[in-house]
Ligand binder design. Structure first.
Ligand SMILES: Cc1ncc(C[n+]2csc(CCOP(=O)(O)OP(=O)(O)O)c2C)c(N)n1
Length: 354
């Protein structure tokens, strides 16, 4: 239907028959690996439960799942602190949870309950967690990228070494505000980490039909912004890249750009795999990408290194499943916002801060 003209600059990173063996964890601290494994499981299981809530028609808001992409936010968040300002988009459950955002408040929000992280008024695409540094997610594609640049300017003026982070997808790089943001951040040397989760899709269209190259970080090259290009399904590779970039940023060296190559197992929105829509999403591709599973690759590496055995892995899985099931059960019975909430929280005021 469309001509395929994109240059495959990403090479092996875009080919799921590579990078699917256990990741390299040599030199890594065992506690950090345990934490990363548990966090990726929390994100995975939470999203699987959200998928179920959509199927049951209990979750009425559009839910964009990032199952398969858990390593990115997990790897980056180890180098963030609560006074940083992290911005997400429509697919941001992982960004919120990896910072330590409340599982209970996420589930409450998904079900529109008053105790949700956005008081039940936002749903899956409007998450907020000031206490963990999550400044918010918004579904306008690329909408939060300039906001992160503004937050980085504020952080620079505060002079505390805090940084801003902007998570976005490959599709967002097709918006003008993305390019303006890169230019301004570079010109003003602002401490903002641009994180492109390149999963090759914008809604249902493969990148090869949308851009002349599959490498999004080429735009950062054009603005003299340092780039780290990594396998986004390798939590250690992501964490190492994030450490290098955030260290330089906190020292005043300006923005950084992390391109993490990944793939979402589910469709654009909702629980299905979406093999019936779009022009290039094939069952074989999804199956091949599932072999590059970030969780399985870390778990296998930890077992091989003697850090844990398979029983210990199963115990963590069970523990996480229990924790998330409790959050979901509580969310089912939690109260909805009252009628007044329709006009509450529209404007911030000094008397009633958000
Ligand atoms: C300004 C704007 N245009 C279009 C849309 C519809 N839309 C929602 S998500 C999406 C695709 C975004 O793709 P990408 O940025 O790669 O993120 P991903 O869904 O892959 O995580 C589009 C076109 C929107 N929400 N906002």
């Amino acid at each position: 239907m469309y001509p395929e003209y994109s240059v495959k600059e990403l090479g092996f990173l875009s080919d799921p028959s590579f990078h699917n063996s256990p990741i390299d964890i040599r030199g890594c601290d065992a506690d950090t690996l345990q934490h990363q494994l548990r966090m990726m499981l929390i994100i995975r299981v939470a999203e699987e439960k959200i998928a179920q809530l959509v199927i049951e028609s209990l979750a009425r808001c559009p839910c964009h799942l990032g199952i398969g992409q858990e390593a990115i936010a997990t790897g980056i968040s180890s180098f963030l602190r609560a006074t940083d300002r992290v911005f997400g988009a429509h697919r941001s459950h992982s960004h919120y949870l990896a910072l330590g955002g409340s599982i209970t408040e996420l589930m409450d929000e998904i079900l529109g309950k008053a105790s949700g992280c956005s008081k039940g008024m936002g749903g899956s695409m409007h998450l907020y967690g000031k206490e963990v540094g999550f400044a918010g997610s918004v579904p306008i594609v690329a909408g939060t990228i300039p906001l992160a640049v503004g937050a980085a300017l504020a952080a620079k003026k505060d002079g505390n070494g805090d940084i801003a982070v902007s998570y976005f997808g490959d599709g967002a790089s097709e918006e003008g505000s993305f390019h303006e943001s890169l230019n301004l951040a570079s010109s003003y040397k602002l401490p903002v980490l641009f994180v492109c989760e390149n999963n090759f899709y914008a809604s249902h269209l493969d990148i090869s039909y949308r851009q002349p190259s599959d490498r999004i970080s080429r735009f950062a090259d054009a603005h003299n912004i340092p780039v780290e290009l990594v396998d986004g399904n390798d939590v250690v590779a992501v964490a190492n890249a994030a450490r290098r970039l955030t260290t330089a940023m906190r020292e005043g060296q300006g923005p950084g750009f992390l391109e993490a190559v990944t793939y979402r197992w589910r469709g654009h929105v909702g629980p299905d795999e979406n093999i019936d829509v779009g022009v290039r999403r094939k069952v074989e591709d999804i199956d091949a990408w599932k072999k590059r599973d970030p969780i399985r690759r870390l778990a296998d590496a930890m077992v091989a290194a003697g850090i844990m055995d398979n029983n210990a892995f199963k115990a963590v899985q069970t523990d996480v499943e229990t924790e998330i099931s409790i959050a979901v059960e509580n969310a089912r019975t939690a109260p909805y916002p009252g009628n007044n909430a329709l006009t509450d929280y529209v404007f911030a005021s000094l008397e009633r801060p958000l």
